[in-house]
Design a protein around this ligand. Structure first.
Ligand code: PGA
Length: 239
């Protein structure tokens, strides 16, 4: 893992946005894997506000989506991405891929997603956040992990962390989500994990320096040959 430490969230976000812009310029048909949550908001802001890039050929695959939430609902991750990035920078809707949390057959939907990623030639750059419990996407800690896209049961802390999108009420956060699996993530040619704030310091330290364990799914990133971990000083404070 290459660890980069920035003075603050703004500097980190500007650097990552510059890196993504450079990657899009180098390969206009770049295939990006993208996260939601609070951490990437300043990064998406930096992409919107910084120098323009041509996003017309970029393809995107998001990590996860809530089960039972329509893409058009404001609480969906699909709606979040449209607001924060796709609309403002102009990613064509036809190039946006998402797991459909309202699909009639969720297993078939996960298989479709895996086929779509393969058909796109795989993910060039996978950008990740990390949960305080060590999850990436919604690959939650447990006795085993899923290799492929799957239906995930969300832990209480994960639902709490997503409450803001549901009027501050964790009880309204769905108990299940669809998520890319660990192999789906680890097959990306490059992985960038962002973590900011002191609340992430412990999990960042364990992810980077501890054992590889299903109790901390992000620790599997130690097995990937091209991972960059971008931290602010607070998230790096336990290393
Ligand atoms: P956060 O979520 O950015 O809202 O902290 C990160 C994650 O759960 O992956």
């Amino acid at each position: 893992m290459t660890i980069q430490i920035f003075d603050d969230v703004r500097a980190l976000s500007a650097e990552l946005a510059a890196g993504v812009r450079a990657a899009v310029t180098a390969k206009p048909s770049l295939v990006l894997g993208l996260p939601t949550g609070r951490t990437p908001l300043p990064f998406y802001h930096a992409l919107r506000e910084g120098p323009a890039a041509d996003w017309s050929q970029v393809r995107t695959f998001n990590l996860d989506e809530f089960v039972g939430v329509a893409a058009s609902a404001p609480e969906s991750y699909r709606a979040y991405m449209q607001r924060e990035l796709f609309g403002p920078v102009g990613v064509p809707a036809a190039h946006v891929e998402f797991l459909d949390g309202r699909a009639g057959d969720l297993e078939a939907e996960c298989e479709r997603y895996e086929r779509a990623i393969a058909a796109a030639g795989g993910i060039d750059m996978m950008i990740l956040g990390i949960g305080t419990n060590g999850h990436i996407g919604f690959n939650e800690p447990g006795p085993y992990l899923h290799a492929r896209s799957h239906r995930a049961h969300l832990q209480p802390g994960t639902r709490q962390a997503n409450a803001a999108m549901f009027g501050g009420d964790a009880a309204r956060v769905p108990e299940a989500a669809l998520s890319m699996g660990m192999a789906t993530i680890l097959e990306a040619r490059a992985v960038v994990l962002m973590a900011t704030g002191v609340a992430k310091a412990g999990v960042v330290q364990a992810m980077a320096d501890g054992h590889i364990t299903t109790s901390l799914p992000a620790s599997f990133l130690q097995l990937h040959p091209n991972v960059t971990v971008m931290l602010d000083r607070e998230a790096a404070s336990r290393r």
